[in-house]
Design a protein around this ligand. Sequence first.
Ligand SMILES: C[S@@+](CC[C@H](N)C(=O)[O-])C[C@H]1O[C@@H](n2cnc3c(N)ncnc32)[C@H](O)[C@@H]1O
Length: 291
Amino acid sequence: MTAREFRKAAAARLRAAGVPDPAREADGLLAKALGVPRAAALGETGALPPGVVTRGEAFVARRCDGWSFAHVVGEREFYGLALEVTEDVLAPRPETEILVGRALALLKLDAARGEMGSDPITVADVGTGSGAIACAVAANAPGVRVLATDVSPAAVEVARRNAARCGVADRVEVLVGDLGGPLRRAGAAGRVALLCANLPYVARRDAASLPPEVRREPEVAVFGTEEDGLGFVRNLLRDLPVLLASGGAALLEIGAGQESAARAAIEAAGLGFVAVHPDLAGIPRVVEVRR
Ligand SMILES: C[S@@+](CC[C@H](N)C(=O)[O-])C[C@H]1O[C@@H](n2cnc3c(N)ncnc32)[C@H](O)[C@@H]1O
């Protein structure tokens, strides 16, 4: 089979399965099957080795079966890092890069004001999943050590592998447990200068309207508790006065339409609301608070 034939057949199958932008998806899957960058694969028109065809067809079949591109190929680029993605973790999203960008800006600002204490500065990433936030912060802020936590032991394994893959395993410790529990057990209560969290916040009542890729992701990574999905965020906010160092900050990702509920929870926890940062679509996405 030639690359041209592969692309045509793959795009037709993907279109029939309702995958958006099937021609682009077919190019991307072929590139991954070839093990080359997308741009290099675009120039391929000739005969493909049988192994590449087999791998590419398996990719197309899984994509048609509702798995995300990242889950099919086992990888997703996040903040310039190539992270491993398995069935046990959420594929990190571009909107979470907003949280990382703000985290790095805060670390710089607060370090300049002398508000972060001495090195190493302790940052926490609660609900780390693939380790995306923890790895991106550690890779871009050398004076920081990150305590990353997740309730899923399988996700913790993926996060540890990603920390090693990104060369930050010496500064990223990944702990298993519920919300702030592992931070307390690690003796970090009252010492966290910056806490980041992208916890599950989708309400169960919205399950039917989720795209197929999201329905394939682990339930524990997608659905929040309480009617509006913000239960984990509320529980963590209640714990922040104990976890954060005096003057410490937190950045929490929320979903569309959750801003006012999040602000009420921040107030109820006795924390200071600083700002809400929009994502690229203008949706209020990351709330920033101070102890
Ligand atoms: C939305 S995913 C985000 C993963 C990653 N932080 C990211 O941004 O790509 C939420 C993660 O929180 C974890 N999680 C769910 N409930 C939790 C809890 N009670 N305590 C700690 N982690 C939890 C899930 O296992 C999942 O990995």
